[in-house]
Design a protein around this ligand. Structure first.
Ligand code: ATP
Ligand code: MG
Length: 240
């Protein structure tokens, strides 16, 4: 089947910084692909290139078979930015409904479903500026999901979310993938990485290694993903 996301030698420089330095990424339909890497390794920049929010310095990206940027992708892609982009003076419900409208309109029932999913029924009518950090994060996730996108780009969606809800989120991500959606999720958290079908280790703007958690551990001869990451980074192992 055709790839949902494909990049060829994609590169983005900011002055002297090579934020994304020649990445060839292929993500297949229905998979959960985890982007793992330390601060500044280029995860957010890569995701922003895929959404079409940044123009590559070199190379190109294709999403759902269309060259990025393409406005028609808005309705089919859900993006949860790392820094939330909510309207502070609207309520939880209003924010979710607004994102739904921007992506072609959704029912009140759908908005209610999302509010329940992120466990904010008690706070549905609270203004965003009165919420805790984790609650904002949850609202932001609901906004990204509201229009049932075929592709979800989630930039550290579980940061600041409590452990119980984090598990519920991952269960939902899996359900979405089983329903045919494709997810790209960035994270620092290695135990979350275990839940992805495939991982890409990023370092200094490059994809250092790719594979399932198990494959990466085995290839690096490491007991944990942390150790595997360090070994790939140190040895400059060609992990593909
Ligand atoms: N708009 C920008 N202008 C200048 N430099 C930028 C810009 N955006 C990102 N960078 C730089 O590009 C590099 C990669 O940043 P990016 O945000 O993609 O990393 P990240 O892997 O998402 O990190 P984190 O885990 O901290 O979110 C960093 O050195 C960062 O300072
Ligand atoms: Mg980031």
């Amino acid at each position: 089947m055709e790839a949902i996301v494909q990049t060829h030698g994609i590169r983005k420089v900011f002055g002297p910084i090579r934020a994304v330095d020649g990445v060839d990424l292929t993500v297949r339909p229905g998979e959960i692909y985890g982007l793992l890497g330390p601060n500044g390794s280029g995860k957010t920049t890569l995701i922003r290139l895929l959404v079409g929010l940044l123009r590559p310095t070199e190379g190109h990206a294709t999403v759902l078979g269309r060259a990025v940027p393409d406005k028609s992708l808005l309705a089919e892609v859900g993006y949860m930015p790392q820094a939330n982009a909510l309207y502070e003076d609207l309520t939880v419900r209003e924010n979710i409904a607004f994102f739904g409208e921007m992506c072609g309109g959704v029912s009140r029932q759908r908005v209610d479903e999302l509010i329940a999913l992120v466990d904010l029924r008690d706070r549905a009518d609270s203004l965003i500026r009165t919420l805790s950090g984790g609650m904002r994060q949850r609202t932001s996730l609901a906004c990204a999901l509201v229009h049932r996108p075929r592709l979800l780009l989630l930039d550290e969606p579980t940061v600041g979310v409590d452990p119980q809800l984090r598990v519920a989120f991952w269960e939902h991500f899996r359900q979405l993938a089983q329903g045919g959606a494709t997810l790209i999720i960035s994270s620092h958290v290695m135990d979350e990485a275990e839940r992805c079908d495939r991982l890409g280790f990023m370092r200094q703007g490059r994809l250092l290694a790719e594979g399932s958690a198990r494959e990466l551990r085995e290839r690096a001869g490491a007991a944990t993903l942390e150790q595997a990451f360090i070994r790939f980074a140190e040895a400059g192992l060609e992990g593909r």
